[in-house]
Design a protein around this ligand. Structure first.
Ligand code: SAH
Ligand code: SF4
Ligand code: F3S
Length: 455
């Protein structure tokens, strides 16, 4: 008997009702994709998935280590469970994900959070039934450093809450070692899934009616490096786009050093691929990019953007920026500011550099005061806000296609392939999870308003 079945039988007998499981995501889309697998494994083991942690029999925190404030927030949330656990000793509290791949974090949980019962690693999701089963059997705390595993486990059940939007991991880990980043340390070496397995999952999603599908990897452009027969990311995109159906294909993230003209040409030639590309630039200064170990220059970055704009007139780029990298001078920050003004990103995710123990940048001298970094961040946010409002205004009067995501009183909220959100009013019902054609009439805050056109 598998541990999934054993756990299923055990919880049926123990609770005499359907037990509830609550899984909370604190990280990126990759992290949420893992949460969907954790929910899938628990659902298969007899749990009902709940949004409410107070009533749940198992609460799992799927954590992130990307910046210090992410970790502080997670510890705050774990701390809130102390009283609940005292009332409900049978409730399991588990912590998994990137943050617990760091030994100093596991040591802290072990010592200061005695009510945490289980810690498991990013690549141990399929072992969860075994881990939980054993906890019920011997009631022993399972808090130790997770084993770093590098194999790819296929066919883990996935529990998707949305009926129209889905993500597929096409690869795991990262080999880039950008000097500020913890991901390669916590997620291990880069490995790609076999294209047949991705295709199978993709076809199933399309057959199930999913309309917005995102391929995930820390650097999708290096997909396929160690696979044979040889395949690259552009080939994978072409292969998937041959699947017939009504959907938009997205991917993230691309890396400026690896995105090729072939990828751009493939997007140009396949209308099913979103015209919105996330291409994190991180900084507008070549000296800082070098210290970050990003392995491209600002000029190379601009080259690929201008090639894309020339090939795909309606392409849009979003980006990530880190301000206050160790030693970033004011002038170097200004180079970033100028690049942002020049490139008109459709969306910008801006972060203050956060020191991560164990990374190269953690050893670099960092003399810029935090207040100065915060000021740089606020200036960038303001600049981008103006760019964004102009971008929103550029849609006025245009006809767009969007996927309906949420019902609102007297109407719906929909999302365009470029991720912009649109509100529209209608008395029509049953538009959820379908594509609609809309005419943009204006904007309200950061959201577009529209009227529904007949299909
Ligand atoms: N693999 C993806 C993104 C990973 S993390 C990529 O390379 O694009 C998402 C973003 O978090 C990064 O692009 C970067 O801007 C930011 N980030 C990563 N480490 C950080 C750190 N130590 N401090 C601040 N921001 C960081
Ligand atoms: Fe981190 Fe760089 Fe890898 Fe992205 S590419 S996950 S920023 S090391
Ligand atoms: Fe994602 Fe955070 Fe891990 S950004 S890969 S969950 S460190």
């Amino acid at each position: 008997m598998s541990y999934t079945e054993k756990l299923y039988n055990l919880v049926q007998n123990k609770f005499k009702r359907i037990p509830l499981a609550n899984v909370q995501t604190f990280g990126c889309v990759q992290n949420e994709n893992d949460s969907e697998k954790i929910r899938g494994v628990l659902a298969q083991s007899g749990y009902e998935i709940s949004d409410n942690f107070e009533d749940s029999d198992i609460v799992i925190f799927n954590t992130c280590a990307i910046r210090e404030n992410a970790e502080l927030k997670i510890f705050g949330n774990i701390g809130k469970l102390k009283a609940l656990k005292a009332d409900k000793p049978d409730m399991i509290v588990a912590v998994c994900g990137c943050m617990v791949m760091q030994p100093h974090i596991v040591a802290k949980i072990k010592k200061s959070y005695p009510f945490v019962d289980i810690v498991f690693g990013v690549n141990s999701i399929e072992e969860l039934p075994y881990i939980v089963y054993n906890w019920y059997i011997d009631n022993k705390r399972a808090v130790s450093d997770p084993v770093v595993k590098t194999d790819i486990v296929e066919d883990i059940p996935v529990y998707r809450q949305s009926k129209s939007k889905a993500t597929i991991s096409i690869m795991y880990g990262c080999d880039n070692f950008c000097s500020y980043c913890i991901v390669p340390y916590v997620r291990g070496r880069e490995r790609s899934r076999e294209p047949e397995n991705i295709l199978k999952e993709f076809k199933q999603l399309v057959a199930d009616g999913y309309k917005d599908i995102t391929l995930l990897g820390q650097n999708v452009d290096s997909y396929g490096k160690n696979l044979s027969p040889q395949i690259d990311f552009a080939d994978l995109l072409s292969m998937l786009c041959k699947v017939e159906g009504d959907y938009v294909l997205h991917f993230m993230s691309s890396h400026p050093k690896d995105i090729t003209r072939k990828v751009i040409d493939t997007i140009r030639d396949n209308p099913k691929i979103s015209r919105q590309i996330h291409l994190p630039v991180q900084s507008g200064s070549n000296r800082i990019l070098k210290l970050m170990n990003r392995r491209y220059t600002v000029e190379q970055y601009k080259d690929i953007i201008s090639y894309a704009k020339q090939q795909i007139p309606d392409v849009g780029f979003s980006s990530d920026i880190i301000v206050g990298f160790p030693g970033e001078t004011y002038d170097e920050y200004l180079e970033t500011e100028n690049l942002v003004k020049e490139l008109n990103f459709t969306q910008l995710f801006t972060f203050i550099y956060s020191k991560r123990n164990g990374t190269k940048a953690a050893e670099m001298e960092d003399y810029v005061p935090h207040s100065e970094k915060a000021e740089r961040l606020n200036r960038l946010i303001k600049i981008q806000q103006d760019i964004f409002f102009k971008y929103l205004e550029s849609f006025n009067g245009k006809t767009v296609c969007a996927l309906v995501e949420e019902e609102k009183t007297g109407g719906y909220t929909a999302r365009m392939a470029n991720t912009l959100v649109v509100h529209f009013k209608t008395d029509k019902t049953s538009l959820m999870d379908s594509f609609v054609n809309l005419k943009i009439t204006g904007k309200k805050g950061t959201v577009l308003t529209a009227e529904l056109l007949n299909k």
